[in-house]
Ligand binder design. Structure first.
Ligand SMILES: Cc1cc2nc3c(=O)[nH]c(=O)nc-3n(C[C@H](O)[C@H](O)[C@H](O)COP(=O)(O)O)c2cc1C
Length: 191
């Protein structure tokens, strides 16, 4: 019987090189997004927005990621292994969910809260993967998230922020181990 402690502590990021290349059922993707929408959000303003990339749309976007990587990396820093790794995503990744935060006000504090709420939603996605033994993924803020052109590629409005991508794929078996420091080391004293 899975406990909440187990689900939280055994949740792991899994990366494209670990994916088998099999396609996930759309039900997985919709469960993740539906559960993301149950995350806490201040004043119930639901700041999250999602775009599902699969099939042709996924392929086109991954081609853009590779193109941007080649174009934007200075020759002296260019790493062919990294380029090959991105090329391999084409055969490994099943779906990507574009993570977008939409702000309804210009208030900087509200913006922080919106980003926090979307992040809570992404954690719900991560945890929801525990329902599917062969579906895994991770939150990527790579893939050109902050690069020029990615906002316009997804036609983002001026009040929308790109928060990265939830990259998903099939795995044979999930990893559960991780290194974490003793939680007590994060508790500050106020004396
Ligand atoms: C906001 C955010 C952005 C992340 N971006 C990346 C990324 O660009 N590339 C990557 O390999 N992992 C990324 N990760 C995943 C972390 O590397 C991962 O959570 C961390 O290594 C701990 O592993 P675990 O998730 O298995 O506990 C990101 C995680 C968060 C929360």
């Amino acid at each position: 019987m899975e406990t909440i402690n187990q689900i939280i502590r055994e949740r792991r990021s899994h990366y494209p090189y670990e994916f088998t290349g099999a396609k996930l059922n759309d039900e997985v993707i919709h469960t993740l997004i539906e559960n993301a929408c149950w995350a806490p959000n201040h004043t119930l303003n639901f700041p999250w927005r999602f775009i599902i990339l699969k099939d042709e749309a996924l392929k086109n976007w991954l081609q853009l990621v590779l193109y941007n990587f080649i174009k934007d990396t200075p020759a002296e820093k260019f790493n062919q292994k990294k380029a090959d790794k991105i090329k391999d995503y084409q055969s490994q990744v099943s779906h990507a969910i574009v993570l977008i935060c939409e702000h309804e006000s210009d208030n900087a504090n509200k913006h922080k809260e919106d980003l926090a709420a979307v992040s809570c939603g992404v954690e719900n996605m991560y945890l929801s993967l525990s329902r599917f033994p062969n579906a895994a993924g991770y939150w990527s803020t790579g893939m050109g998230t902050y690069g020029a052109g990615m906002r316009s590629y997804f036609n983002l409005k001026s009040n929308q922020e790109l928060m990265g991508f939830f990259m998903l794929g099939a795995v044979d078996k999930k990893r559960t181990e991780s290194n974490r420091k003793d939680y007590r080391s994060f508790i500050l004293t106020n004396e």
